[in-house]
Design a binder for this molecule. Structure first.
Ligand SMILES: Nc1ncnc2c1ncn2[C@@H]1O[C@H](COP(=O)(O)OP(=O)(O)OP(=O)(O)O)[C@@H](O)[C@H]1O
Ligand SMILES: O=C(O)C1=C[C@@H](O)[C@@H](O)[C@H](O)C1
Ligand SMILES: [Mg+2]
Length: 167
């Protein structure tokens, strides 16, 4: 078994939201690696970062990605999961979709909450650094890039399902 669609992209690109919509429309389960890590650890990601550090979070995330790739349905990854070379290698052969978003739109969507520890401080600056560094990695693993600016999760899902049918 393996997921029919895997979504990657920066925070605020809409991976979790769109994956939920795709799963509902396809009538299959939705898995999200951030949720899996939180369930397994029994605490929110923001607490894992503060108490145990990012490196520890990345270890938990690596294991969660590997496990989730053994299940069917639609899978959304955490924004930084593709930083891991083993994860990128494991994604080969899957239908991976990069949800693209501009800096301004992503910053608006994530707001100023504390649930995304890597964006604390100046959200726009952190987001810009993170997007610049990761864009080549998102592109490397993706079979399809879908722009999400000015589009609803339903519009984004329509495009992905249409491409899935003709792939
Ligand atoms: N196409 C869209 N248009 C407008 N708002 C959106 C769109 N997709 C998602 N959102 C909103 O943006 C916010 C972030 O979406 P979501 O949590 O799905 O992003 P994510 O890519 O999973 O982020 P993370 O990497 O932090 O898990 C949510 O409030 C969601 O409702
Ligand atoms: O972009 C990132 O590195 C992250 C994104 C979120 O999905 C979470 O996985 C965590 O907050 C780290
Ligand atoms: Mg998410």
């Amino acid at each position: 078994m393996s997921p029919v669609i895997v979504l990657v992209g920066p925070p605020g690109s809409g991976k979790s939201t769109v994956a939920g919509e795709l799963a509902t429309r396809l009538g299959v389960p939705h898995r999200d690696t951030d949720t899996a890590v939180e369930t397994e650890a029994g605490r929110p990601i923001s607490d894992i970062f503060v108490d145990s550090g990012e490196a520890h979070f990345r270890k938990l995330e690596r294991a969660a990605v590997s496990a989730a790739l053994q299940h069917d349905g639609v899978l959304s990854l955490g924004g930084g999961a593709i930083l891991d070379p083993e994860t990128r290698a494991e994604l080969a052969g899957h239908f991976v979709v990069f949800l693209d978003v501009t800096l301004g739109e992503a910053a608006k969507r994530v707001g100023l909450g504390t649930s995304r520890p890597l964006l604390l401080g100046n959200v726009r600056t952190q987001m810009k650094n993170l997007m610049d560094a990761r864009r080549p990695l998102y592109e490397e693993v993706a079979a399809l890039v879908v722009s999400t600016d000015g589009r609803t999760p339903a519009d984004v899902s329509d495009e992905i399902l249409q491409k899935l049918e003709t792939k």
